[in-house]
Ligand binder design. Structure first.
Ligand SMILES: NC(=O)c1ccc[n+]([C@@H]2O[C@H](COP(=O)([O-])OP(=O)(O)OC[C@H]3O[C@@H](n4cnc5c(N)ncnc54)[C@H](OP(=O)(O)O)[C@@H]3O)[C@@H](O)[C@H]2O)c1
Length: 247
C-alpha cells in the first residue's frame, strides 16, 4: 500500500539544520525525492550526498529565502530535475527575540524578511506549478509563538501569527486547484534556532526554556503524518509541544 510519500517531490527551505534537515532525512527514508534549499551550501550538499548514498534522490540548491528569484530558482530546479513539485515546505526561519524598547530594528527587518516574505516567496514559486498540476501540498512552519505572545517575542510572534493567517487565506483560495495546505506550530524543539538570538540575557533565558526541548524528528513525523493522508484529507493545522512545556 502507498504511504503517499514515496516518489513525491518535496522542496524544503531551511534544510541545512534542525527541523528542515530532520524532515529531509525522514521523507527521503520513506521514498520522497527531496530538494534542499538553504544558504549554507556545504551543509545541504553533504546532506544530499548522504541521502543519495543511502539510495535516495536529493538535490541541493543554494537559496536565500529573502530573495524571490532564488526561491523561484529552487522550485524551478525541482521541476526541471524531477518533472513536478508535490510538496513545498516553507520552513526557513529566524528567532531574534528582544524587547521592543531595545529598538533592534535590523533584527525586526531580518525576521520579517525571512519568516514572512520567505514564506510568501515559497508560495509564489510553487503555486503556479501546483495550479497547473491540479495537485500539491504547501506546508508552512509557524510556532507556538503563532498562538501566543510573551514579552520579548513580539516581532517573532507577529511573524508566526502572520504565517498562520497566510496559510488560512491560502487554504481557502486554493480549493479549486486540489491543493492541500498545512501549518505546523512546534513548541521547543532542539535545533540551532536559539543560536540566532543576539541579546545575551535573552539568549540565556531561552537556553533555560529549551532545556526540555524534544528532538527534531518530532516535527518530521508531523510532516509525514500530514503528507501521508489520502489525497481527499487535508490536515490544515498541527500544534505540538514537549509534554513538559507549559507556555
Ligand atoms: N526549534 C524550535 O523550537 C521551533 C519552534 C517553533 C517554530 N520553529 C520554526 O522552525 C523553523 C526551522 O527552524 P529550526 O528550529 O530548524 O532552526 P535552525 O536549526 O536554526 O534552522 C533554521 C534554518 O533556516 C535557514 N535559514 C535562515 N535564514 C535563511 C535565509 N535567509 N534563507 C534561507 N534559509 C534560511 C537556515 O539555513 P542557512 O542558515 O543555511 O541559510 C536553517 O536551515 C523556523 O521557521 C522556526 O521559526 C522552530
Amino acid at each position: 500500500m502507498s504511504n503517499n510519500i514515496e516518489g513525491k517531490v518535496v522542496v524544503i527551505t531551511g534544510a541545512s539544520s534542525g527541523l528542515g534537515e530532520a524532515t529531509a532525512r525522514l521523507l527521503s527514508a520513506q521514498g520522497a525525492r527531496v530538494v534542499l534549499g538553504a544558504r549554507r551550501v556545504n551543509r545541504i550538499q553533504s546532506l544530499a550526498n548522504e541521502l543519495t548514498a543511502n539510495g535516495g534522490k536529493a538535490l541541493a540548491i543554494t537559496t536565500d529565502v529573502t530573495h524571490y528569484d532564488q526561491v523561484k530558482r529552487l522550485v524551478d530546479a525541482a521541476v526541471q530535475t524531477y518533472g513536478r513539485i508535490d510538496v513545498m515546505i516553507n520552513n526557513a526561519g529566524l528567532m531574534l527575540h528582544s524587547p521592543l524598547e531595545r529598538l533592534k530594528v535590523d533584527d525586526w527587518n531580518r525576521t520579517i524578511d525571512v519568516n514572512i516574505k520567505g514564506v510568501l516567496y515559497g508560495i509564489a514559486a510553487a503555486l503556479p506549478y501546483m495550479r497547473q498540476q491540479k495537485a500539491g501540498h504547501i506546508i508552512n512552519v509557524s510556532s507556538v509563538a503563532g498562538h501566543k505572545v510573551r514579552p520579548g517575542s513580539a516581532v517573532y510572534a507577529a511573524t508566526k501569527h502572520a504565517v498562520r493567517v497566510i496559510s488560512e487565506g491560502l487554504r481557502q483560495e486554493v480549493k479549486p486547484y486540489n491543493i492541500r495546505t498545512t501549518v505546523i506550530s512546534p513548541g521547543a524543539v532542539a535545533t540551532e534556532l536559539p543560536n540566532s538570538v543576539t541579546e545575551p540575557d535573552i539568549a540565556e533565558n531561552i537556553r533555560k526554556v529549551y532545556a526540555i526541548a524534544i528532538p527534531a524528528e518530532s516535527f518530521a513525523r508531523t510532516v509525514a503524518f500530514a503528507m501521508s493522508q489520502p489525497d481527499d484529507v487535508d490536515v490544515n493545522e498541527i500544534l505540538f509541544r514537549p509534554t513538559r512545556q507549559d507556555l
